[in-house]
Design a protein around this ligand. Structure first.
Ligand SMILES: [Zn+2]
Length: 221
């Protein structure tokens, strides 16, 4: 299968779906990651907290740790990625070229405005695509003000270590978000989702659309 994972920022995908994507690669599926911004940012006083160069360097290390090589990073502003035609077009062009069987994107009710914009733009761009999943919002990426419904679960017991290792590549984020507290928050969420399905660790996703297919190309069911 061809899987397209879209994120507003470098680190969103590792937090939400790192174990799932690492597992997909180990099973021979093809992954493309599309990041909408170089992900540097300033604080409220305008002082650089994380430069674009550092975010890209750490983010590429993190994605490589998961085994992902096909990575494209666009140049929309980190904090302002709206649901607008230029964002939809940017996703649309890549989607048409890669022709994914499965698309992952942000939850449309994520509290981060850039995540919300990317979610809605992906939904618009994917109007002709039939299998689309939302990430579970989690701090520090964002939270949801409309309940996230865990519908699709992926057992990540075999890839949780890769996921944690990839998160630790984001050294500047790691320090900002309280070091081990951040990592432990993500790990515990995976433990909770795993417990729900009788596994040690899992990642959960919400389903927007899912095409059921019986051929070998799309064997999700
Ligand atoms: Zn983000």
């Amino acid at each position: 299968m061809k899987i397209l994972a879209i994120g507003a920022h470098l680190d969103d995908i590792e937090i939400a779906a790192g174990g799932t994507l690492a597992k997909a690669i180990e099973n021979g599926h093809k992954i493309k990651v599309l990041i909408m911004s170089k992900s540097g940012y300033t604080n409220k006083e305008g002082k650089v907290q994380r430069s674009d160069d550092l975010a890209v360097k750490e983010g590429l290390n993190a994605l490589h740790t998961l085994g992902i090589e096909d990575i494209e990073i666009l140049d929309f502003p980190t904090k302002d990625i709206p649901f607008a035609s230029d964002v939809v077009n940017a996703i649309d062009v890549r989607m048409a070229k890669f022709d994914p069987d499965i698309i992952f994107t942000h939850h449309p009710f994520d509290t981060h405005q850039a995540h919300e914009g990317v979610a809605k733009a992906t939904i618009a761009a994917a109007r002709r695509k039939n299998t689309l999943f939302f990430y579970e919002p989690i701090q520090p990426s964002g939270r949801s003000y409309v309940a996230f419904k865990p519908i699709l679960y992926v057992d990540i017991e075999d890839t949780i270590d890769k996921k944690i290792k990839s998160l630790k590549c984001h050294k500047s984020e790691y320090n900002k978000f309280g070091a081990e507290n951040w990592i432990e928050g993500v790990r515990c969420r995976c433990g909770f989702r795993g417990y729900e399905i009788g596994k040690k660790y899992a990642e959960a996703f919400e389903v927007l659309r899912l095409e059921m297919s019986f051929d070998k190309k799309c064997n999700i069911l």
